[in-house]
Design a protein around this ligand. Structure first.
Ligand code: 2M8
Length: 443
């Protein structure tokens, strides 16, 4: 269905709203009732951005629930577990992560020990903008700002494993794009322990076609890497020597930068000085350009800190720096041109495939190895707008609505056929549809 008429748009908005209501647990929103029955880090940010149009109060609550899982070192964990959900509802659950035994782990709440792209400060800024009374906005900013400033401090102090001003990720799950072909090379270097990876039971294929999920070889390495980090107490010193996977990711760092600009905007409201955040943003921008921009290939590439080598795989991660408002205009133009080309737009025409469609790694069905994801379409449209590519951004938003209008609130979409993949009733799809429709002036 093309979402052309006002009635189509009303229907889509009503469906999106009902998904968010059904996935709300009272204090936070699960990405999916069946597949992901806890709270995830960057999901919470996308969800708060969409929910803020419907209820700023609920959106604020979403972010506060995130912050309840914060560790004493400042990290915001990638999963905050719901205490009333059974251990076997999701793997790896709280018993796997053992956050309660980690020196910096939080008290009274169980979490994973990994992080995810730090979008929360950007989400806070968007939620604050929805508060109609300046007093409520100030109060929300004042309450949430210190936790998010601490999260950014953690990234700068504890995750700069390369020493060049970027944050490193130590697990593909930290990128949010778990089985992206960008991680194939560093993952291939992960050696299974003698005797093989200790047995575990995958639970992610009960509700989703296995052809749409990561394969077993990738999963074995995910589990092994997570165990290795857990077993050193989630300590962050000498990361590139102690862990088999240690990478600088252009999308993760672009999101960090985008959120750092948000902190600079929030600081005066929260009674803090914006100066340090402006300086931090300038530093991340400089590091992105000097460490991850390849001027010959004219693309951003992740860097493997265990080898010092750039990872030469073209995926949507490389387009993430469109979120950097200071990106030189010729670089922004190159990224925008690639984004609009047949590399990232399939015959269904609906937007940004997660992997270069013309490359050998592309898989139209499998998870982050090819499908379109609404959160990426949405972020890239925001990035395009920052670089005055308004028409291209409008088109991308419109194709996102068409895609969801035809296939439903799915987790991801086949870029060749437009078919829905992964789980149904997926929260960030619904939330970002609310955001796009609302910005277009529906509500
Ligand atoms: C997916 O990741 C989790 C592990 O964190 C999983 O597959 O079990 C990813 O799509 C990730 O980006 C997302 O945050 C999470 C929940 O939606 O699911």
């Amino acid at each position: 269905m093309t979402v052309g008429t006002a009635a189509d748009r009303e229907r889509l908005l009503a469906t999106a709203r009902s998904v968010l209501v059904r996935n709300w647990t009272g204090a936070s929103t699960v990405p999916s009732r069946q597949q992901y029955p806890h709270q995830w880090g960057w999901d919470a940010a996308f969800i708060a951005i969409g929910s803020a149009w419907l209820s700023p109060r609920r959106a604020a609550r979403e972010l506060q629930s995130q912050v309840r899982g914060q560790w004493s070192d400042g990290r915001l964990p990638h999963i905050v577990f719901h205490p009333d959900v059974a251990e076997d509802a999701y793997f790896p659950g709280p018993a796997f992560w053992r956050s309660d035994e980690a020196p910096a782990g939080p008290h009274g709440i169980r979490t994973s020990g990994l992080i995810q792209p730090p979008l929360q400060a950007r989400a806070l800024l968007e939620v604050v903008r929805h508060c109609r009374h300046s007093l409520a906005a100030r109060e929300l900013a004042r309450r949430a700002f210190p936790a998010l400033a601490a999260q950014h401090g953690y990234l700068a102090r504890r995750r700069d494993a390369g020493g060049g001003g970027l944050a490193a990720i130590v697990h593909p799950w930290e990128s949010g794009l778990d089985d992206s072909p960008a991680w194939d090379v560093p993952l291939a270097a992960v050696q299974p322990p003698p005797g093989g990876v200790a047995p575990y039971e995958r639970r992610d294929r009960r509700h989703v076609d296995p052809r749409e999920r990561p394969d077993d070889a990738a999963y074995d390495r995910f589990v092994q890497l997570a165990r290795a980090y857990r077993d050193i107490g989630y300590a962050d010193d000498r990361l590139a020597d102690r862990l088999a996977f240690c990478v600088e990711d252009p999308l993760f760092n672009a999101i960090w930068l985008w959120s750092t600009h948000a902190l600079a905007e929030l600081a005066p409201l929260a009674g803090a000085d914006a100066g340090p955040y402006r300086e931090a943003a300038a530093g991340i921008h400089h590091a992105l350009m000097s460490r991850l921009w390849d001027p010959e290939r004219r693309r951003f590439l992740p860097r493997d800190l265990t080898t010092g080598q750039a990872i030469d795989r073209y995926t949507v991660l490389s387009l993430g720096p469109l979120l950097d408002p200071e990106l030189p205009s010729d670089v922004a133009a190159t990224l925008a041109a690639d984004l609009g080309s047949e590399r990232f737009h399939g015959p269904a025409g609906h937007g940004v495939a997660s992997t270069d469609l013309t490359g050998r790694d592309f898989d139209r069905r499998r998870y982050w190895r090819g499908p379109i994801w609404v959160n990426l379409n949405w972020m890239l449209a925001r990035g395009l707008r920052q670089h005055d590519k308004v028409e291209q951004a409008d088109l991308l938003d419109a194709t996102t609505l068409d895609l969801v209008g035809a296939a439903g609130m799915r987790e991801y979409f086949d870029p060749v056929s437009g078919d829905g993949r992964g789980v149904h009733d997926f929260s960030w799809t619904a939330a970002l549809v609310v955001d796009i429709l609302s910005r277009q002036g529906l509500t």
